[in-house]
Design a protein around this ligand. Structure first.
Ligand SMILES: [Zn+2]
Length: 210
């Protein structure tokens, strides 16, 4: 075996270790590096237990750090058979300094994944046609991005994840290393910490009157 060959094999082994997908249950897989975080986030969404979801770390995502989407080949199947992918950027390039996803504090990652699972809940209630339409509108309309991001945050809050969501938001907004442009995007489209507290209050009140 040549030296080069050995080096390649070594590299592949290390690479595969980090990218190793762990089967959480029959339907869901997650990279080893964020397994615990994904399990905790998923535990807040028992209704997604049988929903096929693959968490995947990729090199780069345009303009964001994570994205939830239906798997295209299952898009026109019945709602129940639809599968989803949650893409996670390997690097968080929202700042001058490069954060690696694996170095993000645990609770922040849980909050982030909780938000993405909020999108999955939102998608799971939509018809296939509605989802295609949704994708187009999301791409072209700022007000639509706002609506979708707020829906995801709201689902996360009503699934008992408000502490995590708040921490994630503060991590971004109060982090001097994070690019002002990205913060501006978060302020414009997502719920603010105050609005999250409002939703928590409303949600608690509605639970009491049930
Ligand atoms: Zn989102």
């Amino acid at each position: 075996m040549s030296i080069l060959h050995t080096a390649i094999v070594k590299f592949l082994n290390i690479f595969l270790f980090f990218m190793a997908l762990i089967q959480i249950n029959a339907q869901q897989t997650v990279p080893e590096t964020i397994r615990e975080e994904a399990e905790i986030a998923l535990s807040h969404y028992p209704e997604l237990k049988d929903t096929p979801i693959v968490f995947k770390i990729i090199k780069n995502i345009k303009k964001s750090t994570m994205r939830a989407q239906p798997k295209v080949n299952t898009l026109f199947k019945s709602k129940k058979k639809r599968a989803y992918v949650i893409l996670i950027s390997e690097k968080i390039k929202i700042s001058e300094k490069v954060f690696y996803t694996k170095d993000v504090p645990k609770d922040i990652m849980i909050g982030w994944l909780g938000h993405e699972l909020g999108h999955v809940i939102d998608y799971s209630k939509r018809s296939s046609l509605n989802l295609v339409w949704f994708g187009l509108k999301y791409y072209f309309s700022g007000s639509y991005i706002k609506e979708a991001e707020r829906a995801a945050d709201t689902y996360a809050v009503t699934h008992g994840m408000h502490d995590y969501i708040l921490q994630t938001k503060r991590f971004i907004l109060e982090n001097a290393d994070i690019d002002e442009k990205y913060k501006e995007r978060i302020r414009r489209y997502y719920l603010s910490p105050d609005e999250i507290m409002e939703i928590v209050k409303e949600y608690e009140a509605s639970k009491q009157t049930e």
